[in-house]
Design a protein around this ligand. Sequence first.
Ligand SMILES: [Cu+2]
Length: 398
Amino acid sequence: MLGLAVTAAAMPAWAEPAATAAGDYTAKTGGTGGPIANQLNLQAPATKIAENIYDLHTMMMWIIMVIFVAVFGVMFYSIFKHRKSLGHKAATFHESTAVEIAWTVVPFLIVIGMALPATKTVVAMKDTSNADITIKATGMQWKWGYDYLKGEGEGISFLSNLSTPREQVGNPGEQYTGKRNENYLMEVDNEVVVPVGKKIRIVTTANDVIHAWMIPAFGVKQDAIPGFVRDTWFKAEYTGTFRGNCAELCGKEHAFMPIVVKVVTAEEYTAWVNGKKKEMAALADDPNKTWTIDELKTKGEKVYTANCAVCHQANGKGVPGAFAALDGSAVVNGPKAEQIKVLLHGQKSGKFPSEMPAWKQLSDTDIAAVITYTRNNWSNKPAENIVQPAEVVAARAK
Ligand SMILES: [Cu+2]
C-alpha cells in the first residue's frame, strides 16, 4: 500500500517536467559544460529527454528508498520484538489469501507505475523522425569523424581529435607534474556545432571496433557499430558547450576520444556553416598540384601529430609489441608504392595484436604529405623520399 501511494505521489513530478528557460548551459556547470568535481547526481539536463531521464531517476530513487526503509523497518522490528529471549512463541497460521493478493498486486502496480513513464521516454528517445539536421558520427580508434548529411550545413565534414597536449597525459612510470588544462581529456580540436532548439539526428557507425557517442546532458548514448547504422537525436534547450566521451571500451586510447558539442544560436550557426564551407573549399586542394618536399613535410607533420602519433608515437618508435615503429621501418624505407598501399588499405601482418587501420578518409594531399614526412624524418633515408598527391590519386584508382 505504501509503495502504491508513493507511486501515485511521484507521478505528477514526472508527468510535468519543469519548464526550461533557454539560456547558456555552460555557466550551470562551473563554466566547463562537462561534469563538475565531486558531482554525485546526474548532469543537469539540457534537453526534454534528459529531463525525463532525470525525473524518472529521481522518482525511482524515492520509490526504492521508501521500499527499502519499509521492508527493513518491518524486518528489524519483527526480529527485535519477537525474539526468543522475550519468550515469544512462533505463530502457526498458514495461507492468507488477502496477504497473497496484496503482495502480488502492490508490486505489480509499482512496476507498472515505473514502466509506463519509462517506456514513454524510451519511445520518445527512439523517434528520430523529422530532424532538422542529420549528422553522421563515425567512431574510429581513437577519434570521431563527423559528416553533416542533411539540413543546413550539409556537406561539412571533419575529424575531431583530442586536443589535450600529449605531454599532460601521464606516461607509464612517470606522472605529469605540470598544470593540466581545465578540460583535460574532455576537449577537442574540432567541435560539433549545432543550432539551439533544432532537432538534431545523430547517425552513428564505426570504422574499426564498437564505440559509443554519448553526451550526458542531452540524455544521449548510442553505440557506434562497424557495418551498422544506428541513430539517436537531441534538441538542445540551452546554448553552450556540452561534453561527453566515447562510452564503449574500444581499446588503448578509449579515454582519449572525447565528444564536444557547441550549441549556438541560429545566426551563429549560419555564420559557422559559411566559414566552414570556405575553409573546406580552401582545403580541397588540387591533387594535380606539385608540392615541394618542404611543403609536404610541414603539412605531413600536422597530419602525423593529429592521426598517427597516438599509435606510432611522436618519435616514430611506436610501442614495442603493440604498434610498429616507423623510424627504421622497412616499409617507410622501401618502395613508396608499398607505403601508399599501407595507408590506403591498412596492414595486418599478425605481428601485432592490432592492425594498421586504412586511412582512405584522409585527403590525397594529407596522405602524400604524411608519407613524405615519415620518409624524411627520424633516421629514415629511403631512395624515394617524396610522394605527390597525384600518386595517391592514381593508387586509389587501382
Ligand atoms: Cu571509442
